[in-house]
Design a protein around this ligand. Structure first.
Ligand SMILES: NC(=O)c1ccc[n+]([C@@H]2O[C@H](COP(=O)([O-])OP(=O)(O)OC[C@H]3O[C@@H](n4cnc5c(N)ncnc54)[C@H](OP(=O)(O)O)[C@@H]3O)[C@@H](O)[C@H]2O)c1
Length: 264
């Protein structure tokens, strides 16, 4: 992977980005981001509901990448265009499809702290800029030969496996609530099926795996930055969620790990 692209602004900013990712990882061990029903209710200040919170927070993921990408000199080349499609599908799922399908308990507390949304904007803007600028402007590696490169092929396979695990696990969680949840039904249940057999948070495992795949198939440090931010956020969050399950469900399956089957 290329550390120095020759673009001083990009190279310096990327180093700053990795320092930021390290700080996010360290801070995640002192508490997880304040969103969602389990972790979103504690902080003071402005709160947004789950659906609106997700859409507003994730929107830069859909905006910054294509804007920076279109300004690049390789914007019409097939391999960069392929990566644009992967990115847009991934973030359309995250920013629009997942929140719109989310089943929210009526009367449940609004759950997104404003500082989480702002941190999300900064992070997603960096994700989009680092990747789009490299893929569409700064790199010369993405000729059509890249489609037959082992890094592209293996990365794409890893990405598809991760994305499928993520979507399937999100679907299992969604179906734990009825289509129109009533205030009387339990807000949380123990999920079963798919990788829930082995871990408490397969949705996070799938998300991390998909960004491993994206980093391998694009072979660029901007994607490693996205992976570092995602893992730094989701691995500690999976451990908090795992503890939460054990605390709240007496007979919670003892063999389950938090996020990586048989390991963590
Ligand atoms: N790339 C990244 O850095 C990043 C960061 C965060 C999330 N994500 C992805 O975004 C998606 C959603 O993440 P999330 O942290 O909100 O996940 P989550 O905790 O799994 O919650 C997703 C939805 O399922 C509900 N839910 C969760 N556990 C449940 C249970 N045991 N019983 C009934 N309902 C349950 C939640 O309700 P409540 O809201 O009421 O709790 C929420 O509506 C995941 O696919 C995740 O991988 C990616």
């Amino acid at each position: 992977m290329q550390w120095y692209t020759g673009n001083v602004f990009y190279d310096t900013f990327l180093i700053v980005g990795f320092v930021y990712a390290a700080l996010v990882l360290v801070s995640s061990f002192f508490g997880t981001a304040q969103y969602g029903g389990r972790f979103g209710g504690r902080g003071k200040g402005i709160k947004l509901g789950s659906k609106v919170g997700w859409i507003v927070m994730e929107f830069p993921g859909l905006l910054v990448f294509p804007l920076v990408f279109m300004a690049g000199r390789n914007a019409l080349e097939p391999v960069p265009l392929f990566f644009l499609c992967v990115w847009m599908i991934h973030y359309a799922n995250r920013a629009l499809i997942t929140p719109l399908l989310m089943r929210v308990q009526p009367g449940s507390q609004s759950s997104f702290a404003l500082n989480v949304v702002i941190a999300g904007w900064i992070t997603l803007s960096l994700h989009g800029y680092f990747n789009a600028a490299y893929i569409s402007e700064l790199s010369d590696q993405y000729t059509t030969n890249w489609f037959s490169d082992p890094r592209f092929i293996s990365g794409l396979i890893i990405y598809l496996v991760g994305f499928s695990i993520n979507i399937y696990s999100d679907t299992i969680l969604r179906n734990l609530r009825s289509l129109k949840p009533t205030p009387n039904e339990p807000r949380y249940k123990v999920p079963y099926g798919g990788l829930f057999k082995w871990v408490s948070c397969p949705q996070y495992f799938g998300e991390i795996l998909s960004f491993v795949g994206f980093a391998v198939m694009t072979w660029n440090l901007g994607a490693v930055f996205v992976l570092a931010m995602t893992a730094g956020n989701l691995i500690p969050r999976a451990r908090y969620t795992h503890k939460w399950f054990h605390k709240n469900f007496e007979n919670y399956p003892a063999e389950r790990k938090a996020i990586i089957p048989f390991i963590l």
